[in-house]
Design a protein around this ligand. Sequence first.
Ligand SMILES: *[C@@H]1O[C@H](CO)[C@@H](O)[C@H](O)[C@H]1NC(C)=O
Ligand SMILES: *[C@@H]1O[C@H](CO)[C@@H](O)[C@H](O)[C@H]1NC(C)=O
Length: 334
Amino acid sequence: VSILNIKTDGNHDFIGEFTTSYRELSRGQSQFNVYEVVNPKKKGKKKKYTNSGTVTLLSFLVETEVSFLDYIKGGTQINFTVAIDFTASNGNPAQPTSLHYMNPYQLNAYGMALKAVGEIVQDYDSDKMFPALGFGAKLPPDGRISHEFALNGNPQNPYCDGIEGVMEAYYRSLKSVQLYGPTNFAPVINHVARYASSVKDGSQYFVLLIVTDGVISDMAQTKESIVNASKLPMSIIIVGVGPAEFDAMVELDGDDVRVSSRGKYAERDIVQFVPFRDYIDRSGNHILSMARLAKDVLAEIPEQFLSYMRAHGIKPSPAPPPYTPPTHVLQTQI
Ligand SMILES: *[C@@H]1O[C@H](CO)[C@@H](O)[C@H](O)[C@H]1NC(C)=O
Ligand SMILES: *[C@@H]1O[C@H](CO)[C@@H](O)[C@H](O)[C@H]1NC(C)=O
């Protein structure tokens, strides 16, 4: 171990050195962990020189790197909530140009994105039951505008069975609601944040999947909601459909500049933005482009997840022991 006098100009002075080992250090604070710092050059020259000071170990800690999978094996559950943009900027569902075009023979842009991304994320979801919300529509019977309605029409139990269930609920909603506006993200982010703030012990991690055309109306509130949510066990994946400019979505992604609101920065990066059009394959190699989509959609989740666990000092629970068959062997009669 070399001891240096660190200087801001980079010309650090060498003070001296000492040797130790993992075994010695692991004894922790004790009389064995006090070291003389010796400068060999001085030792040779000056007769009276013994050392340049001592170093005392105050504490010793071994940290093992843990992975996303260690937490999943230890029982942390991932809760994926889907939120779909039902605003008028997506175009009239009766028109083929609409991203929500209702065509009985072919999936529309939302259907394609939901199916592709949903099939990827459902492998990570603990029970494959997805709460699914819509935002920005007028709801029957009274034409009230909602920014967080249950796609299955049941706010007490918004769960849909697998991504197939989400698709069904999506197409059913499309027939009953009226696309409207404005395009507010903050209500769905806060919706999931309410649940996330009630389970901060690492036993659950929430991922909100927003599928949108990217034409956002409440940028300031959304940034504030993201800054607030960055303290919670949650991440947001935004999938942009359609041909719009996605500058605002890229800004929310915060890979280049961390999202901030009124001078407060997000504690962690929690948003991942993916423009779906980049994965629609024109050369016909659907499998390859879906693999790339899967990779990019989930790229940042493990690191975002780990950053929460690290920041809150949460360790993975030990994985339950592998199943061992009962020891008493059944008598087989021959
Ligand atoms: C998952 O999150 C949604 C909110 O987005 C909530 O309705 C649901 O109860 C959560 N599930 C669990 C098991 O906590
Ligand atoms: C963010 O959190 C603050 C403090 O808890 C709260 O007052 C504010 O309403 C939250 N912002 C949003 C957009 O939810």
